[in-house]
Ligand binder design. Structure first.
Ligand SMILES: [Zn+2]
Length: 482
């Protein structure tokens, strides 16, 4: 190999992760596992105590992993060989370089000063007249998770971790465990965020208590979302089970025949949607006259009641968390809240409103499916199959969408009604932070707290899991706590 031999040298360095190194390596250049960013070249290994270098590294590694940006490449010239390098840009790396020099000086080690510091990763050495193997190096971010002491051919890696990281992780986990909530992606992300906050506030003597509380709060949210998902899934299934017997294959075939006779299928390149929607509407709106319709109506009414009750329990759970009151029995609370709704006549009116939307959505889905089938020249049988897919499959989209929307609305209504009944003056909007958050929800969260009388209505978008949160006296809910 034509590369200079540094195996007698001694340095403190960062090695990129193997995938990044493999992507940077070029033919006839340095092997991927030797690619590194020198933080400080310390001189000849023979002159320097390896233990001293390793001690310096152990001390310096008490910091967070270093994120840097590979910002293209450069060709260093003027030496015996030219050097192709990746340029590595990071403010944290500059801090590390400064701290490294300080730590070395403190041990009487003076790194040679024949170069300034241009953070780079050498990729290959070339003769001055040799063409570069690289035209362009794409920018990318790279995370260095360990700091390495290299003494001659001996390399010792020490993971980069702030001394607050492990205690903060444990504090958050302890809080989460107290909540009884499930471990979710959201909880994991919150744990990482809490750890970063704890590192930033490492001097605050109460930071670990705060971190325990954050873990408890996230666990409570996880439990709340898990229950909501379970309830929504359960009631979606119940409504779908009441809906499916109404979808009669013979009626669907009639509807397809009516559409086919009206649509003038022989004329090419027509817009079939109007006729398709008319046929779909006629068939679906006739469902409300069937005996089985009462079962659908009851199922959606129960879904709304469950949504209301869950929203009330959620509101109290959030308030209890704020007041550091523990021991909420979610099942007792839900049962109690659900029973308090048993005589609410308005639930039937709400049910009819949601059923109207469900039929409209099913009409739109069915109309679109028929029109597409007609455009593709589908046969009568194929159209019947397409219609049965939309209406009678195990997961009818119009049912799932409507039940979710109805239950979410009911949950938000339930929470709001409870807060108002308890005389709450100010209400926060909390985004679910689960990737489904729309800009409107985020704005409402920023605008918190809201006056109870003009707090914006949730949900703002389909599958919204954003919530109201407020402080409530627990006195009226003693029966919900064990
Ligand atoms: Zn939302």
């Amino acid at each position: 190999m034509a590369s200079p031999d540094y195996s007698d040298g001694c340095m403190i360095a960062l090695y990129p992760p193997p995938d990044v190194a493999a992507a940077l390596a070029v033919k006839d250049g340095l092997p991927a596992d030797e690619l590194h960013v020198t933080v400080a070249y310390c001189g000849d290994a023979a002159d320097i105590d390896g233990d001293a270098i390793r001690e310096v590294v152990a001390e310096l590694a008490e910091r967070q992993p270093i994120t840097a940006h590979i910002a293209g490449h450069a060709r260093f010239t003027g030496g015996e060989k030219d050097v192709i390098v990746a340029l590595v840009d990071s403010a944290d790396l500059e801090d590390l370089r400064r701290d490294t020099l300080d730590a070395l000086h403190a041990r009487g080690i003076q790194p040679p000063r024949d170069h300034g510091f241009t953070a780079h990763c050498t990729i290959t050495y070339l003769d001055p007249d040799e063409p570069s193997p690289l035209d362009r190096l794409d920018g990318q971010s790279v995370e260095f998770t360990a700091l390495s002491a290299v003494h001659g051919t001996e390399r010792t890696d020490t993971p980069l971790e702030h001394p607050m990281a492990a205690p903060a992780r444990e504090a958050f986990a302890a809080g989460w465990a107290l909540s009884g909530g499930p471990m979710t992606e959201r909880v994991k992300a919150a744990s990482t965020a809490a750890m970063h906050t704890a590192i930033e506030c490492a001097d605050d003597p109460h930071i670990l208590e705060v971190t325990i509380d954050l873990g408890k709060l996230e666990g409570m949210w996880a439990l709340l979302f898990q229950r909501r998902e379970e309830k929504q899934a359960e009631h979606t299934r119940l409504v779908a089970e009441a809906w499916r017997p109404l979808i009669d294959r013979a009626a669907v075939a009639d509807m397809v025949d009516r559409f086919r006779s009206h649509a003038g299928l022989s004329e090419a390149a027509r817009d079939f949607l109007t006729e398709a929607l008319a046929a779909a509407r006629a068939m679906l709106h006739a469902l409300a006259d069937l005996t089985g319709w009462t079962a659908v109506r009851t199922a959606i009414r129960n879904a709304i009641a469950a949504g209301n009750a869950e929203g009330m329990v959620n509101a109290v759970a959030i308030a209890a968390e704020r007041a550091s009151v523990v021991g909420l029995d979610w099942n007792i609370a839900f049962k109690d809240a659900y029973e308090s709704l048993a005589r609410l006549d308005e639930l039937w009116g709400n049910a009819d409103g949601w059923l109207g939307r469900m039929l409209d959505r099913a009409t739109a889905d069915l109309g679109r499916a028929l029109a597409e089938a007609a455009e593709e020249g589908a046969s009568r049988e194929e159209m019947i199959e397409a219609a049965m897919d939309v209406l009678g499959s195990t997961d009818v989209e119009a049912v799932a969408f409507t039940v979710d929307w109805a239950m979410t609305t009911a949950a938000d209504d339930g929470a709001l009604r409870l807060y108002r009944a308890e005389g709450v003056r100010q209400i926060d909007v909390i985004t679910a932070g689960d990737g489904r958050v729309c800009a409107i929800c985020a704005d409402y969260e920023v605008g918190s707290p809201w006056n109870t009388l003009d707090v914006p209505r949730l949900p703002t978008h389909p599958y919204c899991r954003c919530c109201y949160a407020a402080a409530v006296s627990m006195a009226n809910f003693a029966a919900w706590f064990v």
